[in-house]
Design a protein around this ligand. Sequence first.
Ligand SMILES: [Zn+2]
Length: 348
Amino acid sequence: MATRRNCATYPLSGRVTGLCENTYTGISRESTNSGGRQYRCSGGNSNRPAGKESCGCSYVDAQALEDHVWEEVVKLIGDGRRLEELAAEWIGLSEGDKEANIERISDLDRQIGELNEAITAVTVATAKRTRSAEAIAAATAPLGEELQQLERLRDEAAQWLSEMEDADRRGRDLRDLAKLARSSFRHMEPVQQAEILDLLEVRVTFTGPVPKELKTGTPCPVRAWYEAAGLEVPAAVLSDSDWRTVAPLLPQRPGDAIRRSVNAIFYKARTGMSWPEIISELGVTKTSADHFRRWSSDGTWKRVNEALTHTTRVPAWAPELLPPMTIEGRVDPRMMLSAAEPSRTGCR
Ligand SMILES: [Zn+2]
């Protein structure tokens, strides 16, 4: 079960539905070698009902998912102005209904009081005539039935009022949220994010499979190099002038094998292709992979990258972490009354 604490650490716990129609919850995998915060499909964990097979959904990187969803939520809210107007309207609307309801409850209370007095009077009057408990019960029975009916009506009205107050409170929360949205919505703590996701009833539905984790094999060493170095990759094949800049830093060989290797390594960093794919696509040889190994370990590759100060660069290729998904939320506070279901407190 997701707890409040879990919501704060994993604002999307319980809000994400996988392809298998089960829900994702946050889990820390620090004990495992993949590490870090992840969301896990409940159809695949060990708590699933006995005898049920694991759905096989992959874990989802928590940071990537949260960043993406939050970005969409910020878009959904816009600058908060419209949301604030709607919330204010809603609070005004419910105010009138609430007063009518409070009046109705006090009216019912008065009727109940009168009926109770009447029951007492009938009981006393009957007791004066007879000592029979049955006779007293028979005399008060019709009034008792009426009392029960009134009490039922009162309970309903009280329930209705508390739902209205609840919706009203959400309207006010939403108005505060909208105000906040105008100043600091984009940068919010996970706890605040969780509250807002709750308030907006945000639902994420994966519409495709989660990209598989790299379970075997090593990640692309070229990408790893750029990640570790914190550098971006030249955006295109090196121009002649770029080549003249870096050529003196590299081994001198006849022909263009070295230049082709350099471009192949950049290409691999940009696309994430495997060496066999690169070799068949660019017509280079396995030597390009050996070149990268040597140059990255002896500092040559660092010098080459640092020398290309005027070259347009792009981020190195990164594996796709997220599946395709739809993100829905309610921004119309008038929808909130119908959203007043038991599940709406807490984050599941
Ligand atoms: Zn699943």
